[in-house]
Write a protein that binds this ligand. Structure first.
Ligand code: AR6
Length: 179
């Protein structure tokens, strides 16, 4: 499903983030930028070893939770990877929503800064980091919606949801936002 926000398109798709033909794909990284499983593992496998060597060279200190950094995309069909660090879910009273919001917002700012017309996000924090999918969907979609209203770019923002359950959670939230 998709919605138009002015001239920009916000869409939900069930699929694999590594297969997206967009200018920038977002990685669900950790603050050490050390690689891992889930999206991170898939992106590094598909992108090849230059991704990790560039990350180590450019960002030896890693990246704080709630922020993101950009590298080139190696063998992926994108120009950039935006390595975002979402929060670990600890019950919701430790600033998780604001940190997740900030991770999404930083990626959108980086996408604009790097002249990306299209960007694909995974459901950051909803895997190993345990963020409830419906709550993560509210934060992600509200943040993207606000950014597109304010900036009218990137032209395409795609949320790529790996399984039907996550897609359903995001679709329900988007429908509620539109009602
Ligand atoms: N494409 C799209 N979504 C995917 C894919 C894929 N190929 N693979 C998994 N997902 P996670 P996190 C979904 O665990 O919670 C790593 O080890 C998955 O179903 O990748 O932010 C890092 O190194 C879930 O809905 O990211 C960190 O240490 C969502 O992507 C830590 O995990 C995010 O799951 C980050 O945890």
């Amino acid at each position: 499903m998709f919605v138009m926000i002015g001239a920009c398109r916000l869409e939900l798709l069930q699929g694999d983030i590594t297969r997206q033909q967009v200018n920038a794909v977002v990685n669900a990284a950790n603050s050490e930028l050390a690689g891992g499983g889930g999206v991170d593992g898939a992106i590094h496998r598909a992108g090849g070893p230059t991704l990790m060597s560039e990350t180590r060279d450019k960002y030896p200190q890693g990246c704080p939770t709630g922020s993101a950094v950009a590298t080139s995309a190696g063998l992926l069909p994108a120009k950039f990877v935006l390595h975002a660090v979402g929060p670990v879910w600890r019950g919701g009273q430790e600033g998780e929503p604001e940190l997740l919001r900030s991770a999404f917002r930083t990626c959108l700012e980086l996408a604009v800064e790097h002249h990306c017309d299209s960007v694909a996000f995974p459901a950051i924090s909803t895997g190993v980091y345990g963020y409830p999918k419906d709550l993560a969907a509210e934060v992600a979609l509200q943040t993207i919606h606000e950014f597109l209203l304010a900036h009218q770019q990137p032209q395409l923002v795609r949320m790529v949801l790996f399984d039907g359950g996550t897609y359903g959670a995001f679709a329900r939230v988007l429908e509620t936002m539109l009602a």
